[in-house]
Design a protein around this ligand. Structure first.
Ligand code: HDE
Length: 694
């Protein structure tokens, strides 16, 4: 698509959910059925052997095809992102349920008939591009809305607060969490001395560290985590009235996590666990959905809380400022090419549309510099907005010219403003014509390098978070601290961290201290008793939909039972996958063949949400001969997952040393026919059976 086509479609208000896809189509290349050529279009007759002086002689410099092929290969890599290097993207659509016109003039938030194309990139933060998906880390959640008024980027995380209050500290914080510079260890992990040294010396990180040590940093799926814009932004309406806003994404499937032991095992068994999950969900039509929510605060209420709304280490409790759901994003198309789309996409919190503006959050203000700056080295110059995935569907007209990798051919002599030759075009647009006008906030003050007193409470919301957790979640937080600090070599740093968290909650600090040979301080905690139920994952939506169940099966399986359970699974949207002793089709008791897609050797229970050892004595006996069956069941049990045992298969449970427990559904003990299937689905919907004694 050229810019003219571009201009006509968006300028005529013809933007639709396929606008971006249509634009990308112009750049797609498919070599199928074609003859091989050089980059100059010359057909190539030989692609296996370089040109040599004699059959056993040296390669000749004049072999231009060899040189071109090798040169391109030599330069195929670009620098990975300094943070959020490992990511995974998908395309989708945003639709609005309810117009936000009273608060913002942004068209994509006004017109409920619009379907705005989006591209989303999820990421981990600390690990390199090739690191594992399931590490303990914050997850990035970036969305690019291709609106008719230009690209709007919401570059958020799956946690609503951040580690620091001022952008000045970001390089220090990232240096501390990344692998240590002398030996580049550890990869994708915060469990090391420099991270915890930073935390203990920068107490503003206490609240975010509580989130990072919680189950939020172990998402079961990108489809099952919340997203947050983190900063306070500002909406501006047609009348020029501003309203403070916090942005939220709420996953339709609820917020769910893995357990720590499981994440570590998955990191080895399937380092691509989260990206594979997203890819497969989209390929199979289980489109991930996130509702879009806003918390709104009028400017008069700016100072009504006991925290500063410009402080990115604070959230607005949902019980105080409700999240209003106004739209939904559906991810419905995988990328064609990881590099072209996911790797080259460039987000920026400063990519705005009229009706959305910044606040003076000093973290946000610093980000406004960093994101373009980093693309210059990552994407090789100032023309990265021309890369297909980054191009807006709105028209682009300006006097910027030239530079590395310029793609457009801007015609005519005029590349300056003001001019008479082109009738002073391209001309700035008035606000009425859609020109962006910065919010005319009145600002006064002395130039200072200091932190406002209103940013000095570092602990109250950390306590609020702790108070809001269930016992199970608290246990996980304590164990996370113990694990991480247990990896810290310096006793002094370990003690310093306990000193910091003594100020959050005495019991928390005592429990951490007990695991790492440190001492908690008494009488220094905030004493905050408030809770925010919205912070606990125990109160999230529960659904069996899109969960994966492993069917452990061998010859002689009980066909009637399996058929009935599969019907229940299908109705509930659960995906069954057969795990066999090997890949040979499995014969049922009535002779029907079932095709396994995994074997006990290449699959483990950590890759599934539930395990069903199917009924049938012969099948159970055969499975029992393989010691991996016991391990499969035991690990599922230890990870609190639903385990279903079919007729005549109870011995498998005994062999694995599993006693009757919550979430262990046994056919033999009364659950007949449909009831068995229903009990399995109820179990899967519960996600984890925390009441189980491990
Ligand atoms: Fe980022 N961040 N960040 N960040 N960030 C980047 O930009 C930075 C912050 C976030 O999928 C970089 O293009 C500074 C908060 C996401 O491509 C870089 C500060 C939040 C992504 C950068 C922050 C984020 C990035 C690296 C403190 C949540 C991945 C590559 C002032 C609201 C985007 C790039 C993607 C990426 C700088 C803090 C989220 C270096 C200086 C707070 C999701 O520009």
């Amino acid at each position: 698509m050229n810019d003219k086509d571009n201009q006509s479609s968006a300028a005529n208000g013809n933007l639709h959910e396929d606008s971006k896809d249509q634009q990308l189509e112009e750049y797609r290349v498919n070599n199928d059925g074609q003859k091989l050529t050089t980059n100059q279009g010359l057909r190539v007759s030989e692609d296996e052997f370089s040109l040599k002086a004699g059959l056993r002689g040296p390669t000749l410099m004049e072999d231009f095809h060899f040189r071109e092929k090798m040169t391109h290969f030599d330069h195929e890599r670009i620098p990975e992102r300094i943070v959020h290097a490992r990511g995974f993207g998908a395309h989708g659509t945003f639709e609005l349920y309810k117009s936000l016109a009273p608060y913002t003039k942004a068209k994509f938030l006004n017109d409920t008939s619009l379907k705005t194309p989006v591209f989303v990139r999820f990421s981990t933060v600390a690990g390199s591009r090739g690191s594992s998906d399931t590490v303990r880390d914050v997850r990035g959640f970036s969305t690019k809305f291709y609106t008719e008024e230009g690209n709007y980027d919401l570059v958020g995380n799956n946690m609503p607060v951040f580690f620091i209050q001022d952008a000045m500290k970001f390089p220090d914080f990232i240096h501390a969490v990344k692998p240590e510079p002398h030996n580049e260890i550890p990869q994708a992990a915060s469990a090391h001395d420099t991270f915890w040294d930073f935390v203990s010396a920068n107490t503003e990180s206490a609240h975010m560290v509580m989130w990072a040590m919680s189950d939020r940093s172990l998402p079961r799926s990108f489809r099952m985590m919340e997203g947050f814009g983190v900063h306070t932004f500002r909406l501006v309406n047609e009348q020029g009235v501003g309203t403070f806003v916090k942005f939220h994404w709420k996953p339709v499937l609820g917020v769910h996590s893995l357990v720590w032991d499981e994440t570590q095992k998955i990191a080895g068994k399937d380092p691509d666990f989260n990206r594979r999950d997203l890819w497969e969900a989209i390929e199979t039509g289980n489109y991930p959905e996130f509702e879009f929510g806003v918390q709104l605060l009028s400017e008069e209420d700016e100072f009504k809380f006991d925290f500063d709304i410009l402080d990115a280490t604070k959230l607005w409790p949902e019980e105080l400022v409700p999240v209003q759901i106004i739209g939904k994003m559906t991810l419905n198309r995988n990328t064609d090419n990881f590099f072209a789309e996911t790797e080259q996409v460039a987000f920026h919190p400063g990519h705005l549309v009229p009706g959305i503006d910044f606040s003076n959050d000093p973290l946000l203000q610093g980000r406004l510099f960093s994101y373009t700056d980093t693309q210059l080295s990552r994407l090789g110059g100032p023309n990265f907005a021309e890369i297909p995935i980054n191009r807006p569907v709105a028209p682009v007209n300006n006097n910027q010219r030239d530079g590395m990798h310029r793609m457009t051919i801007n015609t005519g002599p005029v590349s300056y403003h003001k001019n008479t030759i082109a009738g002073n075009s391209p001309a700035p647009a008035s606000e009425k014509e859609g020109g962006y006008a910065h919010y005319a906030e009145k600002v006064e003050g002395r130039k200072v390098q200091a932190r406002s007193d209103s940013f000095k409470d570092h602990f109250s919301q950390a306590t609020l978070f702790w108070n809001s957790m269930s016992d199970v979640e608290k246990e996980h937080i304590v164990n996370a601290f113990r694990f991480e600090l247990g990896k810290v070599k310096s006793k002094e740093i370990r003690q310093n961290v306990v000193d910091v968290f003594s100020q959050v909650d005495e019991v928390l600090a005592e429990r951490i201290a007990a695991g790492i040979n440190a001492q908690a301080k008494k009488g220094v905690a905030t004493g905050v008793t408030a809770k925010s139920p919205a912070l606990s994952q125990m109160n999230t939506i529960k659904s069996a939909k899109t969960r994966k169940a492993a069917l452990l099966m061998a010859d002689g399986y009980n066909e009637a039972e399996v058929k009935s359970v599969l019907t229940s699974m299908q109705a509930a949207g659960v995906t069954p996958e057969i795990v066999g002793l090997d890949l040979t089709p499995i014969r049922g008791d009535k002779g029907t063949l079932a095709e396994p897609v995994h074997t006990l050797l290449n699959a483990d229970s950590v890759l599934f949400d539930a395990v069903y050892a199917v009924g049938g004595k012969a099948s159970a006996d055969a499975l029992k001969t393989d010691s991996k069956t016991g391990n499969f069941l035991r690990e599922a049990f230890q990870h609190y997952k639903t385990i279903a045992i079919g007729t005549d298969a109870t011995e498998l449970l005994q062999a694995a040393g599993i006693a009757p427990s919550p979430g262990v559904v046994i056919h033999d003990t009364g659950a007949e026919g449909d009831k068995f299937g229903k009990a399995i689905i109820d179990g899967i919907q519960e996600s984890r059976h925390w009441a189980r004694k491990i």
